[in-house]
Design a protein around this ligand. Structure first.
Ligand SMILES: *Cc1c(COP(=O)(O)O)cnc(C)c1O
Length: 404
């Protein structure tokens, strides 16, 4: 066999559009919650591909689903339906509030579909100007122009003006502020049950209940962006199940494919018909390969054993982090649900989150940030306790550098 072309990290700077600044090593192989780079150095994976690799790396359930489907049928286009996508739709509707599913390939596309559906429902309502969208400061909904505009971090959207009109941002967890902007002209409220990219900030249950009531009062769709919180991440199948608040639309991606790109927008029989034939679409969305993998990953995660395991690991993780913080007191607060955990740096270490993840990499640990002041962990939902222990030991060595 011919040798593959030899590449190094510096080639990233040679050939890649510089929107990312990846770490200075290249992962080449993974198994469970461990990864190896080109030099065969081992890393514990507390990042999970940003809340994506829910079963870790190369899990046999995902590998088997992928390879089995790969020999059968990859893609036919949406002029034909396929068996894996129908099975996945059955799983998603049977296990959630939803009656209908639209499949796509990413979180941004799922939110794009949700916001477009809301605009269409608003138009079809006959209420003049019912196109307003209410979103929250600091939110993250993806990078398409519509979703980045719905997101609440102007630094991601302002360079791409003119932006879509009619999106109003108010403070997260501030029901009075939301009440002041939701009215008859509102077609949707979009919210993350836990702001992930924004710093791992859980929504108050009373806030979500209040949004539900306001949406009911003014005939607006309540959209839960569960791209990061979904598919077991919080210990519930979806985070809305922890709050008892049922949305009209839910978006899911990231962990859904366990590493294979797939996204979905879930909704009810009341709203789905507004997306009639031809009003929205996608080439790859719902393709057999992605659907087969997602079906297997979803089935594996949606068991009491795995979901309870997430809650157990949450406590195990939090205990270990608290112990670490007693030794190196640099975190102000450790928060989050399940295996979506954010460690907020004390004021004196403000802005150091990125340095910590860089030093963690040197010590053999993959970790994430959520803004400049929060170190974030979103490991595999089935990470073994011994890997948590080893990862925390490596984090400790990284924190020792900060303390110096
Ligand atoms: C990651 C994320 C998205 C965007 O998903 P992509 O697959 O990157 O498009 C949207 N919303 C939330 C809450 C996310 O965490």
């Amino acid at each position: 066999m011919e040798q593959p072309i030899s590449v190094t990290r510096s080639n990233f700077n040679d050939w890649m559009v510089p929107v990312f600044a990846p770490a200075n090593f290249i992962p080449v192989r993974g198994e469970g919650s461990r990864i190896w780079d080109q030099e065969n150095k081992e890393y514990i994976d507390f990042a999970g591909g940003i809340a994506v690799n829910a079963l870790g790396h190369a899990h046999p359930v995902a590998v088997n689903a992928l390879t089995e489907q790969a020999t059968k049928l990859w893609h036919v286009g949406n002029g034909y339906t396929n068996e894996p996508v129908l099975r996945l739709a059955k799983q998603l509707t049977e296990n959630t509030f939803a009656d209908k599913v639209f499949f796509c390939n990413s979180g941004a596309e799922a939110n794009e579909a949700a916001l477009k559906l809301a605009r269409k429902v608003g138009l079809d309502s006959g209420v003049a100007g019912k196109s307003g969208i209410v979103a929250f400061n600091n939110a993250f909904h993806g990078r398409t122009l519509f979703t980045v505009s719905a997101g609440g971090q102007p630094k991601y959207s302002q360079d791409f003006a003119p932006l879509p009109n009619g999106i109003n941002h108010v403070a997260f967890n501030d029901l009075e502020a939301a009440k002041a902007v939701i009215n008859e002209q509102t077609c949707a409220v979009i919210v993350e049950p836990i702001q992930g990219e924004g710093g791992v900030i859980p929504a108050d249950i009373e806030f979500l209940k209040g949004l539900r009531a306001l949406c009911d009062e003014f005939g607006a769709l309540l959209i839960f962006d569960e791209v990061q919180t979904g598919v077991g991440r919080t210990g519930a199948l979806y985070a809305y199940m922890n709050s008892g608040v049922i949305p009209d639309v839910l978006t899911t991606a990231k962990a859904l494919g366990g590493g294979f790109p797939v996204g979905a927008m879930l909704t009810t029989d009341k709203f789905a018909p507004h997306f009639s034939v031809g009003t929205h679409g996608t080439t790859y969305g719902g393709n057999p390969l992605a659907s087969a993998v997602a079906g297997a990953v979803f089935e594996f995660i949606n068991t009491l054993e795995v979901l309870e395991g997430v809650k157990h690991r949450h406590q195990y993780f939090i205990d270990a982090l608290n112990k670490l913080n007693a030794e190196y007191p640099i975190f102000e607060e450790i928060r989050g649900q399940g295996l979506l955990i954010g460690c907020v740096l004390k004021a004196e270490y403000a802005g150091k989150a990125k340095d910590i993840t860089t030093w963690a990499g040197e010590e053999g640990l993959l970790a994430l940030i959520a803004g400049p002041n929060v170190v974030r962990f979103t490991p595999s939902l089935i990470i073994p306790e011994q890997d948590i222990d080893e990862g925390i030991a490596r984090l400790k060595r990284a924190l020792a550098k900060l303390a110096k």
